[in-house]
Write a protein that binds this ligand. Structure first.
Ligand SMILES: NC(=O)c1ccc[n+]([C@@H]2O[C@H](COP(=O)([O-])OP(=O)(O)OC[C@H]3O[C@@H](n4cnc5c(N)ncnc54)[C@H](O)[C@@H]3O)[C@@H](O)[C@H]2O)c1
Length: 293
């Protein structure tokens, strides 16, 4: 099944990026949000990103040509003719459920329902619609216009044809797709990188090595571009704690339990790069000034 008409609901940080990459690939996109202000911000962000990508020669079409394929709006009318619906609202099942139920009532029968989630089980999302075979998880990596990775996650009732169509769509819009074959808490990447960051925090907490040596060791010895503490600071320590807690609650285990040091930093408002301090300190342009601990 070819997915050409895309409706993206939720025009925040991720929704704007998803709409942009689909439009760059020549697709007609409806970008929908409850708030006009979110749509205006999304338009500005997409235009800014397209200008930069065009200037670097990464996007050959003019920003105006790409922007013309994105129709922004606050109503759900476009869902009636969509082939692919992508839900990109807040990471809480209480938010996603009513959004998915509403979409289910409007979408044509052939349309695929994708939910952009960081960690919510696809099984739970599938329960929000009449036909869970058409529900699939898409975990785009940020910033979507420049990060090529996309996890496509099958729930227990997702049809193979649904996964195949979304994998093909992901490749069509320029993504490198990682198929997650089992609906496991945290999927594959958050699980893997999370495990490394958790262990790095525990080693730091135990006084085993310094912030710089833990990250530097992985850069020097294993060719990492960023160490696990730098990755956690970039993602946001509050976001990490939320994700680790969710995974731990769904799948408890000593190695998955969020460490006290992480809880303390979050409680102190040290959320990483975005707040100017986490495991490292940052200047107001986000440049790393060296370890904070
Ligand atoms: N931020 C990241 O780096 C990242 C990475 C991977 C996955 N995700 C996932 O993507 C999803 C969205 O994250 P985000 O960072 O873009 O959030 P965000 O807060 O930037 O945007 C969410 C948008 O959804 C809109 N919205 C809420 N309810 C709505 C409704 N009923 N109808 C229409 N619009 C509605 C809000 O107005 C807001 O503009 C989450 O599930 C998140 O876990 C985020």
């Amino acid at each position: 099944m070819v997915l050409n008409r895309v409706a993206v609901v939720g025009a925040g940080f991720m929704g704007a990026g998803i709409a942009q990459v689909a439009a760059q690939a020549g697709q007609q996109v409806a970008l929908i949000d409850l708030k006009e202000a979110a749509l205006e911000q999304a338009r500005r962000d997409i235009a800014f990103s397209l200008e930069r990508l065009h200037a670097k020669g990464i996007v050959s079409e003019s920003p105006d040509t790409v922007m013309a394929r994105i129709a922004c709006g606050t109503t759900l009318e476009a869902l009636r003719t969509a082939d692919l619906y992508v839900e990109v609202v807040f990471e809480r099942i209480e938010h996603k459920r009513p959004v998915l139920e509403e979409a289910d009532a409007l979408l044509p029968d052939h349309a695929i329902v994708a939910s952009n989630t960081s960690a919510i089980p696809i099984k739970l999302l599938g329960e929000c619609v009449k036909n869970p075979a058409r529900v699939v998880g898409t975990h785009f990596f940020s910033p979507v216009p420049v990060n090529p990775l996309l996890e496509v996650i099958a729930g227990p009732e997702t049809a193979d044809a649904t996964v195949d169509a979304v994998v093909a769509w992901g490749e069509q819009i320029g993504k490198q797709v990682l198929r997650v074959k089992k609906d496991i808490p945290g999927f594959v990447m958050n699980r893997l990188v999370g495990a490394m960051s958790l262990e790095a925090i525990r080693l730091l907490e135990a006084g085993a090595a310094s912030v710089e040596d833990i990250d530097g060791g992985l850069r020097t010895g294993y060719g990492f571009t960023l160490g696990p503490l730098e990755i956690a600071d970039l993602a946001g320590l509050d976001v990490c704690l939320h994700a680790f807690t969710n995974i731990y609650e769904m799948d408890p285990g000593e190695l998955r339990e969020p460490p006290e040091l992480l809880k303390r930093l979050v409680a102190e408002g040290k959320h990483g790069r975005k707040t100017g301090e986490g495991f490292y300190r940052y200047d107001d342009r986000g440049r790393n000034l060296g370890p904070a601990l």
